[in-house]
Design a protein around this ligand. Structure first.
Ligand code: MN3
Length: 251
């Protein structure tokens, strides 16, 4: 459920949803809830910065507190603010952010492509990280682990290929593990804030893992040593979340 929808339902519950809907919808033939939702959401701020699902220092020693504060509170917030300030008339705001990303093509305005991507990618990235201060062994299990071994022979082979591709992204971008429409796993990269849901992506699919290799994701702690950041990132990958995404992709 989007934050907008959640806020709307909260407000709707407080005010008495049916009376409100009846009063506002009039003769509109659309779904009354969608109509009220778009009416009720502040039209100047349809996108919201999601809170981190852990404290900013929770990913230490692998990702430091200051990087997380700036990455979430400044960079991600800037994507949300720029998106809210853009002409959103080319987007269907009643759709999920995932569906909005799927609608991005080569005619989509750059401000939407970059900032919708920035917002979606970071929202996903935070949930695909988890604290692991003790550096306990961190590997996938269940069907996702079986599929990784099926496609990459071993987890170590998979890890090596993913790390190599992430290290070789030129400039700013992302490295992904995706599952395509045929259920195949692929390791892909995208430039800037593009993602594999977008029609502009060279290889499309549902993201299961997301690694931000923009310098802002690691420079304070790792400076130019992107490979060290990538090596440490494996400690804090949230494989439980990745497994949930994999299971959902099969439905
Ligand atoms: Mn980033």
């Amino acid at each position: 459920m989007s934050n907008n929808r959640r806020d709307f339902l909260k407000k709707g519950a407080l005010l008495g949803l049916s009376g409100l809907a009846g009063a506002l919808v009039g003769n509109n033939q659309n779904n009354p809830l969608e109509t009220v939702s778009s009416f009720w959401s502040d039209p100047t701020t349809p996108f919201t910065l999601p809170p981190l699902p852990y404290a900013t220092n929770a990913l230490e020693p692998f990702i430091d507190k200051l990087t997380m504060e700036i990455h979430h509170g400044k960079h991600h917030k800037a994507y949300v603010d720029k998106l809210n300030g853009a002409d959103l008339s080319t987007l269907d705001l009643s759709k999920s952010d995932e569906e909005k990303c799927r609608s991005v093509n080569d005619k989509t305005p750059t401000i939407i492509r970059n900032n919708l991507g920035g917002h979606y990618n970071h929202s996903l990235f935070w949930t695909l990280l988890k604290p692991n201060a003790s550096a306990a062994a961190n590997i996938p299990s269940g069907p996702l682990a079986e599929s990784i071994i099926n496609y990459y022979k071993s987890f170590d082979e998979f890890k090596k290929e993913f790390s190599d591709k992430a290290a070789k992204v030129f400039g700013s971008g992302w490295c992904w593990l995706i599952v395509d429409d045929n259920g195949r796993l692929k390791i892909t990269t995208t430039p800037n804030q593009d993602n594999p849901l977008m029609k502009v992506a060279a290889e499309q699919g549902m993201p299961l893992l997301a690694l931000d290799v923009w310098e802002h994701a690691y420079y304070l702690k790792y400076q130019n040593k992107r490979a060290d950041y990538i090596a440490n990132w494996w400690n804090v990958v949230n494989w439980e979340k990745a497994s949930q995404l994999f299971a959902a992709s099969k439905k």
